[in-house]
Every structure is written in structure tokens, then in C-alpha cells.
Design a protein around this ligand. Structure first.
Ligand code: C2E
Ligand code: MG
Ligand code: MG
Ligand code: MG
Length: 279
């Protein structure tokens, strides 16, 4: 079959493939060292109650500052880290650092806020995941009510009974659980009933074109109605414009996250936002 494409076509294909393989290997090597070289940092993005204008939480978002490549976004290295299993130590570092930082802000005298941390399905499915979370809380001294885990619908692909069991244990310890990128996965409706979650995050993809796009507007309204009857909190992600904001206000979506309020920022800039929030 290769003959059909001719010699060059075949070589071209191979060169491309090698490139990707080598890139991946190199990236994997770098990722291995990134924790000890302290190349990871957490940025924080406010989660805002639009009825009061006050921040009531924040999301920790991972950033990798590579000395030669510069800033690498999570979209580029998290899929690889999931494939290689490196997401496990990286995710543990994120949990510990987010808890430490949140506690440090509380001890500095700022009103306590919830810290949301993204959890990869690979990480969640680890047998000792609950213990890792509890250790991060204990080590930092952070109260469990100030930690929220953001899971995705992908978590429901395997071991559903174990997932439910872990979520129940985490809830029993007082943690909050939110469903990130809600509506972009599958099986969401049946799992919503089974999973003891506390909040839905309306995916950015549905927020982007509201209020103009009638389908997206209808989807967002349907999610609001469903959340109300299931007694779940809701937050809209990726809010950028005044028009999106007033639509969300109209349908009583109380919490938002997005560039309209602030981009994710490094800890020092976030502290300035915390100061403002006290006024
Ligand atoms: P996510 O959890 O859904 O996070 C929201 C993403 O939307 C973030 O991208 C954030 O910077 C971006 N965003 C927030 N507001 C706006 C807005 O108004 N407009 C636009 N266009 N974008 C906005 P980021 O930081 O690049 O993270 C991408 C994804 O990487 C995250 O999506 C999450 O799935 C994953 N991720 C980030 N940090 C971690 C982590 O510590 N652990 C794991 N497992 N995944 C992470
Ligand atoms: Mg998230
Ligand atoms: Mg999201
Ligand atoms: Mg996501």
C-alpha cells in the first residue's frame, strides 16, 4: 500500500511521526524534572458573586515556566502528563501548593475563600487519592470547607462505584465538588443524580455566544433550571462581555468566572484582588 503513495510520501509520513515521538520524549524528560526545578507555578482566577460583586472563591490554574521555552500552557502538557502518568506527582504538587497558599492568605487576615483545584480523572482513579487530598489539608492546616475539587464528566468512564464512594468520603470530610466543563462530556444527566457534587460549571463553549446564539442561550437556561431543581450551585466559565454578564444576571446565574473580572494571575497580583475584595 505504501507504494501507492510513492517514496516521498512515505518518508514524509515517517519524518512527521518521528518528530512527534521525539518531541514527546523530550517533553516527558523535562516534565520529570519540572517539580524539583520548581518550574511550576499556580495562577489564580477569581470566582465572583455577581449579585454582590464580591469574590467568593478562586480557581488554581497550573503554569509551567520552562527556562528555554518560556511559558507552556496546561493545554499543551497536561494531556501528555496524563498519558505518561506524570499527572500524579504534578497533581499532588498542585493540591499541596493550592492548600498552602489558601491557608497563607487566611493567616494574613483575608476573609476565607474557597480554592478550586482541577483534578484529572487519572489522578482521581488512584487508589489512595482521598488520602492524598486529606494529607494536603492536614499538612497545610486548611479547613476542608475551603477546598473544592473540580472533576470532569470523563471521570465516569471507569469504576463508577468507586468514584461515587470516593466522592462521598470527600463530601463527608466537608470538601466541595464541582463538575467542570459541564455539558461537554457525555452521560452527564444520569451521573448528576448519582454523584454527590455541589456545583456545576457551565462550560465556556456555551457561554461564548450568549445571548446572540439562541441554542446556547437555551442550553444555559436549561442547565440553570436543572441545577435549581437538583439543588446544585452554578458558575458560568469564560465570561468576557457585558452582554454575557447581563444575560446571566437575568437568568439568575449568580456566580461567574472570566476575563471580564480578571484573568488568572500570579499570587502577588491575586493578593491585590483580595485586598480590593475587603472594601
Ligand atoms: P478549566 O479548568 O476549564 O479552566 C478554565 C480555562 O479557561 C483556563 O485556561 C482559564 O485561563 C481560561 N479562562 C478563564 N476565563 C476565561 C475567559 O474569560 N475567556 C477565555 N477565553 N478563557 C478563559 P488554562 O489556565 O489554560 O487551563 C486550561 C485547562 O487545563 C483547564 O481548563 C484544566 O482543564 C486544565 N488545567 C489547568 N490547571 C490544571 C491542574 O492543575 N490540574 C489539571 N489536572 N488540569 C489543569
Ligand atoms: Mg477548572
Ligand atoms: Mg472549565
Ligand atoms: Mg477543563
Amino acid at each position: 500500500r505504501a507504494k501507492e503513495y510513492g517514496k516521498n510520501g512515505c518518508q514524509f509520513y515517517r519524518a512527521e511521526m518521528n518528530d512527534t515521538v521525539i518531541q514527546k520524549l523530550v517533553m516527558e524528560e523535562w516534565l520529570n524534572k519540572a517539580i524539583e526545578l520548581e518550574e511550576f507555578v499556580l495562577y489564580y482566577q477569581p470566582q465572583v458573586d455577581i449579585f454582590t460583586g464580591k469574590m467568593n472563591g478562586m480557581e488554581a490554574l497550573l503554569r509551567w515556566k520552562h527556562p528555554r521555552l518560556g511559558f507552556i500552557s496546561p493545554g499543551e502538557f497536561i494531556p501528555l502528563a496524563e498519558e505518561t502518568g506524570q499527572i500524579i506527582p504534578i497533581g499532588e504538587w498542585v493540591l499541596r501548593e493550592a492548600c498552602r497558599q489558601n491557608k497563607a492568605w487566611q493567616e494574613a487576615g483575608y476573609a476565607p475563600l474557597k480554592m478550586a483545584v482541577n483534578i484529572s480523572p487519572i489522578q482521581f482513579h488512584q487508589h489512595n487519592f482521598v488520602q492524598i487530598v486529606l494529607n494536603a489539608l492536614e499538612e497545610s492546616g486548611l479547613d476542608a470547607q475551603y477546598l473544592e475539587l473540580e472533576i470532569t464528566e470523563g471521570i465516569a468512564m471507569y469504576h463508577v462505584d468507586q468514584v461515587i464512594e470516593k466522592l462521598r468520603t470527600l463530601r463527608a470530610h466537608g470538601l466541595h465538588i464541582s463538575m467542570d466543563d459541564f455539558g461537554t462530556g457525555f452521560s452527564s444527566l444520569s451521573y448528576l443524580k448519582k454523584f454527590p457534587i455541589t456545583k456545576l460549571k457551565i462550560a465556556q463553549q456555551f457561554v461564548r455566544d450568549i445571548p446572540e446564539d439562541p441554542d446556547d442561550a437555551a442550553i444555559v437556561q436549561a442547565i440553570m433550571a436543572m441545577a435549581l431543581s437538583l439543588k446544585l450551585n452554578v458558575i458560568a466559565e469564560g465570561v468576557e462581555t457585558d452582554a454575557q454578564l447581563s444575560f446571566l444576571l437575568d437568568i439568575k446565574c449568580r456566580e461567574i468566572q472570566g476575563y471580564i473580572f480578571s484573568r488568572p494571575v500570579p499570587p502577588s497580583d491575586f493578593e491585590a484582588l483580595l485586598k480590593q475584595n475587603e472594601d
